[in-house]
Design a protein around this ligand. Structure first.
Ligand code: GAF
Length: 382
């Protein structure tokens, strides 16, 4: 918990609106393994982290709603009777989307004020979007006594992302952010939306994120394209999602689909198996096997699913070239953001020195290193 951020959002709320707000922390997430499997009804292995969104929220005694995004130094004012999306890429769509999706459920909300600020860099692939969506729906549920369950709240967050932000995401990010458990990762079955928490102990290894500090454009449309490709292949296989396919089912239709789409579906089938194998390796305290699975996940994401980029591949290649990183891969949707790495505790600084200068010389910008701890999901602070 970042006490400074809590105090910042609270102070600014009181300064602008003159009364005490409710305070909420809504975390971002990491994902150990199981990438692009969530919208194929498969398994993922995420956890909430100690970085995320801090929000201050309360009912408003005015005839409008007001939202302040302190990171952007920007404000949104709107009327509850006229909620519609703004232009693509606007932060305002997160707020408007949550409001619109709550309105569709016939729950009644009144005017409100919200102030928020985060400590996840945008585009890091740590799901600042889901953290923000969850903080808003959680806050509105609290101040207007909507009686929404956490399951209902994450579905509202997901729909806001689909309909207002324009990304046809799965449920992993919203789930991990809402249901995170301190010191645990969650093996989530994205079909039943039920998870099993695993206490995380990486033994002599530290979990380190390295941010490429790039976010390549077109990542949202590339994401949506991949989701459609998976759904089309599932349709061809006459199954509801690729989770239900195995490699021989897919081989049987090889000549009916493009080689690119074949490889993508193959990746999803294999990644789903890797997520399950990884949870077994965690149970057996077999960190080496976990590391190998993480490396092969990256291979698949880069070569079969084609969602990596030069910067991510560079960081993973560097990791592979040393003995002290036993697993590394890109994390999240792809095309930039972070890699997740399991680095020997005594070698984190050495690896940092090994990577930093080369990265800068190659790409003309710095990469950033973060250590995160696994945290509880979206909750009230006061
Ligand atoms: C993004 C999406 F929001 C998730 O639903 C998931 O598909 C992920 O990319 C890839 O695993 O974070």
């Amino acid at each position: 918990m970042d006490k400074q951020l809590v105090s910042d959002v609270k102070k600014i709320y009181i300064k602008k609106f003159g009364e005490d707000p409710f305070l909420i922390f809504s975390p971002g997430r990491i994902n150990i393994i199981g990438e692009h499997t969530d919208y194929n009804d498969g398994f993922v292995f995420p956890g909430a982290v100690n970085k995320g969104i801090y929000a201050a929220i309360q009912k408003a005694n005015t005839n409008k709603c007001t939202a302040f995004a302190l990171d952007k130094n920007d404000k949104l004012e709107f009327n509850l009777n006229a909620v519609k999306p703004m232009k693509e890429g606007s932060w305002q769509n997160y707020v408007l989307g949550i409001v619109a999706e709550i309105q569709k459920t016939n729950k009644i909300i009144g005017n409100f004020n919200i102030v928020f600020k985060g400590d996840i860099p945008g585009g890091a692939g740590m799901s600042s979007s889901a953290a923000l969506e969850n903080s808003i729906v959680f806050g509105l549920n609290k101040i207007f006594d909507l009686n929404l369950t956490k399951e209902e709240m994450i579905l509202i967050s997901q729909k806001a992302e689909h309909n207002y932000v324009g990304v046809n995401c799965g449920i992993m990010d919203q789930y991990a952010s809402m249901f995170g458990v301190k010191n645990h990762a969650l093996l989530l079955d994205c079909r039943s939306i039920k998870a099993k928490p695993f206490k995380i102990d990486f033994k002599e290894y530290d979990l380190v994120l390295i941010n490429t500090n790039v976010k390549h454009s077109l990542s949202d449309s590339a994401y949506n394209d991949r989701r459609s490709a998976c759904e089309n292949i599932a349709k061809r296989l006459k199954i509801s999602a690729l989770r239900d396919a195995n490699e021989s089912d897919l081989k049987a239709i090889k000549n009916l689909v493009t080689p690119e789409n074949y490889n993508k579906a193959l990746f999803v089938i294999q990644e789903n198996q890797r997520a399950i194998k990884a949870s077994k390796a965690m149970l057996d305290n077999d960190i080496k096997t976990l590391g190998k699975l993480i490396y092969s996940s990256h291979n698949g994401l880069s070569k079969q699913y084609k969602v990596s980029c030069d910067e991510l591949d560079f960081l993973v290649d560097k990791a592979r070239s040393t003995k002290y990183v036993i697993g590394a891969r890109m994390m999240g949707g792809g095309f930039g953001g972070c890699t997740i790495n399991l680095i020997h505790k005594h070698s984190v600084d050495a690896f940092k020195n090994f990577v930093e200068t080369d990265y800068k010389n190659t790409f003309g910008k710095a990469c950033s290193f973060y250590s995160v701890t696994l945290s509880n999901g979206t909750h009230l602070i006061n």
